[in-house]
Design a protein around this ligand. Structure first.
Ligand code: FMN
Length: 232
């Protein structure tokens, strides 16, 4: 895809999986919430979810990079539950993420209860999507927190997002802060200190983005801006 708003370029698009638009009430952030967040997408920007296992991408088939580059944050969901088996399958993939000294410092708690999700949605400045998504996967760390834990959690979070994407589920990572809020999030699911959830992941069946939303540049910086081949 071509250049978009100066420094940003869009990633390629892939065809939507047949049937993605079916069924159910759409849940999503209000316009105000999206403006607040300051980073949203329009229908045009949004990459349709693709089942790469079925090989639906316009780059000629299944590629690892296609799975990565077509991953977008999803903030609108159909009101349709994500079965526990799907959550388990996603975690089953993500648990193979590497971590410093193979500590695997992460734990996951899946939440579908509306009251708890609403509580979580108040624990971050841009966490409203947690109230709208049918499932929230809390990403917890606890007693074995160490210097590399945040890095490890970031890696496993991306694995969760990609595993969900491969199953045609939409996702959005969300920050819960300040630290008191991260601890409060853990308490909401019955875990006392030292447990904390600095991040949560909204999960669900992606719905079309309502028209007329404020457009904020999507896409990514070009490689030439990001990469230097150093030569002494
Ligand atoms: C560490 C981290 C924290 C994020 N926190 C939030 C958040 O609190 N609320 C939200 O709506 N999106 C959040 N996002 C999603 C980002 O806004 C999104 O990944 C980014 O805008 C790129 O979106 P795109 O892939 O759809 O282009 C977060 C992403 C990351 C990686």
């Amino acid at each position: 895809m071509g250049e978009r708003s100066g420094k940003f370029e869009r990633t390629r698009t892939c065809p939507a999986r047949p049937g993605d638009d079916t069924g159910g009430q759409v849940l999503g952030c209000s316009e105000e919430e999206e403006v607040l967040h300051g980073s949203t997408v329009t229908d045009e920007d949004r990459e349709p979810l693709v089942n790469y296992v079925a090989g639906g991408c316009d780059d000629g088939g299944m590629t690892d990079t296609g799975l990565i580059t077509s991953l977008r944050a999803t903030r609108f969901f159909f009101d349709r539950a994500v079965p526990p088996e799907d959550i388990e399958a996603i975690v089953d993939v993500a648990r193979w993420t590497g971590s410093a000294r193979n500590r695997q410092p992460w734990r996951f708690v899946s939440v579908s209860d509306h009251g708890v999700r609403a509580g979580l949605s108040r624990l971050g400045q841009y966490a409203q999507v947690l109230a709208h998504a049918p499932t929230v996967l809390l990403l917890l760390s606890g007693p074995d927190r160490g210097r590399d834990t945040e890095f490890d959690l970031g890696r496993v979070c991306q694995s969760v997002l990609l595993a969900a994407h491969a199953r045609s589920l939409g996702s959005c990572p969300v920050s819960l802060y300040p630290e008191d809020n991260a601890r409060a999030a853990a308490r909401l699911v019955g875990l006392a200190a030292p447990w904390r959830a600095d991040h949560a992941i909204a999960l669900g069946h992606p719905a079309p983005v309502p028209p007329g939303r404020p457009a904020i540049p999507a896409g990514r910086k070009p490689v030439r801006e990001l990469l230097t081949h150093f030569q002494p």
